[in-house]
Design a protein around this ligand. Structure first.
Ligand code: C2O
Length: 563
């Protein structure tokens, strides 16, 4: 076993040959007799399947595994896109598979001569908008003139569906879906996706400096849908959006029910959410990026995603999609999100947030050095229609990819809530709270107050864990968590007592999704609420949307394990 283990530590580069599925089935049992090269190593892993059942790994507790490999296009299932309704699997009437070719190369980043500068969408000039519209128009024309051109609008939209809704199995793991959400590969996959999308736009309009505008939703000036997208006669228009959310409606990065209507409160909630997911809630790179995801693992559940993915990213998707459509199309469901041109500007800001986060001073490392992260790889068509393999490692420095972001202020950096002057009287507060044993497992159909014991007293470095969350994956889910809260103001998140929330964008899951744990860091909240030397806290969980579709198995506080 020792030699087997050591061969794993030599992580090979991406294998250049495909293994036909038939061969995989044969080699499944001949585990030990191979040498550790790319292909053989994967076959060995098959024999060790038991190790890869976990949907998420606790930071620091690393299973022996290997990086997520790019999909094998020849095995893409044209009828393989599906979603779920309750416990039923519903096959979607859409073929998300890209055109097939067996000519593929490893992508090399071209030398940067003049970087593209991605502007804030709400302040682009008429001329810039005209170029943007022309590019999207040309992509849409390809849908008609050459539907098999991978640069066409629908082909580009389907990339998202293919990497999310099940047409691809992971190479070497028949029946195990490839999923690019809810884990540490989220940012990198979408960065590469936008990179090629942007180059395709530039190619189609003959302007190699053209850069994708970003939807600046983290700044109050950009919190409306950018006007460029709100023109019914523009190629940037999409009919499948929430008609109530056209300008001047403000985006809500957090979802409350009933929705907040006061614009001042909406902005305060948005800035609070940004501060928390970028700074206040983040104690490690994993907190921000998402949990590990390696070859052979089942698709991770929502709670495994990073603070940004599960926060502002999910919020904007849900806010934009049309609630009257059965799957909240387009933006509100992953299979259809790429059909709305605003998707790419939304993700440009998600990507920008990754670059901003990297530069925020912190007392933890921003880098993930695990080779399962760095060697994870994807497959895209470039602007010349070449099929290329790209690696996470090659996108970690976006300036090497030849683009940067036009500056916009980030007022949320200073948005830590004011500290309470006087700690709460926990004895008094706990009179209205229940102990966990009387409450869990809990169906979240109403607001609950629960008294949770702390492992250490006072302001320790601790994590609140909501254990074994099970939620219907087809439903939009939103709940919020407050600590030691005396006020009943569930719509005001810019308060010391607000710990965090959970948003699930509807997606598909082949079977009942395995239960996952939601971890919320308590360290900064303890300081904000000026916690006394207490040995317990009162946690309030407020269901906003579809709480009755959520079951929470248990609740506990644990010391935070440094990642
Ligand atoms: Cu791939 Cu915003 O999702």
């Amino acid at each position: 076993m020792a030699s087997l283990q050591s061969s794993f530590t030599v992580r090979s580069t991406i294998p250049t040959t495909r293994i036909p599925p038939s061969q995989l089935a044969v080699t499944k049992r001949s585990v030990v007799s191979c040498s550790g090269g790319g292909v053989d190593r994967r076959n060995m892993l098959l024999g060790l399947g038991g190790l890869y059942g976990a949907t998420s790994l606790v930071p620091g507790q690393k299973a022996e595994a290997s990086p997520i490999l790019p999909p094998d296009l020849s095995t893409c299932d044209p009828k393989g896109a599906w979603t779920t309704k309750g416990t039923e699997v519903v096959v979607l009437d859409v073929n998300c598979c890209p055109p097939y070719t067996d000519v593929q190369t490893d992508y090399k980043l071209p030398r940067v001569t003049k970087p593209r500068v991605r502007p804030a969408a709400h302040r682009i000039s008429k001329e810039y908008l005209a170029k943007y519209e022309l590019a999207i128009k040309k992509m849409r024309e390809l849908d008609v003139t050459d539907p098999d051109d991978p640069r066409g609008f629908t082909q580009q939209a389907n990339i998202h569906c293919a990497y999310c809704n099940g047409p691809y199995d992971q190479i070497g793991f028949p029946g195990v879906d490839l999923q690019v959400h809810n884990s540490w590969i989220f940012f990198a996959f979408h960065r590469w996706y936008l990179y090629f999308y942007e180059r395709i736009m530039g190619e189609l309009i003959g302007d190699p400096t053209f850069a994708l505008p970003y939807w600046n939703w983290d700044n109050p000036r950009g919190m409306q849908m950018p006007p460029a997208f709100d023109n019914e006669n523009s190629p940037l228009w999409d009919i499948n959006r929430d008609p109530a959310h056209r300008p001047p409606a403000l985006v809500t990065l957090t979802l409350t029910n009933p929705p907040v209507t006061d614009p001042v409160q909406i902005i305060a909630n948005n800035l609070t959410q940004m501060y928390k997911e970028m700074i206040g809630d983040v104690e490690s790179a994993i907190d921000f990026m998402g949990d590990p995801y390696s070859a052979g693992m089942q698709p991770p559940a929502r709670a495994s995603g990073g603070s940004s993915e599960g926060g502002s990213h999910a919020g904007v998707h849900v806010w934009t999609g049309n609630p009257a459509n059965s799957n909240r199309e387009d933006m509100g469901n992953f299979y259809s999100a790429g059909r709305d041109p605003i998707f790419y500007s939304h993700h440009a800001n998600v990507d920008r947030m990754w670059t901003v986060w990297k530069d925020i001073p912190a007392n933890y490392s921003k880098d993930i050095n695990d080779t399962d992260f760095k060697d994870a790889a994807f497959m895209f068509y470039d602007e010349k229609k070449n099929l290329v393999r790209v690696k996470v490692a090659d996108c970690l420095d976006h300036t090497k990819m030849g683009y940067k972001y036009e500056h916009s202020d980030t007022p949320w950096t200073a948005y830590r809530p004011a500290q309470r002057a006087v700690p709460v009287d926990i004895k008094k507060l706990s009179k209205n709270a229940t102990t966990p044993d009387k409450l869990f497992p809990l169906k979240l159909n109403k607001t609950v107050r629960v008294l949770v014991p702390k492992p250490s007293k006072g302001a320790a470095d601790e994590v609140l864990v909501l254990e074994k969350i099970v939620a219907d994956s087809t439903k939009l889910i939103r709940f919020d968590v407050f600590v030691n809260d005396e006020d009943d103001k569930p719509q005001e998140l810019d308060r010391a007592e607000y710990l965090g929330g959970f948003t699930q964008v509807p997606h598909r899951a082949r079977a009942q999704e395995s239960a996952s744990d939601l971890r919320l860091n308590l360290k900064e909240l303890y300081e904000n609420i000026n916690i006394a030397d207490d040995d317990s806290i009162v946690v309030t969980i407020i269901p906003h949307i579809n709480g009755d579709e959520v079951t929470i198995g248990g609740i506990k506080i644990i010391p935070r394990v440094a990642a």
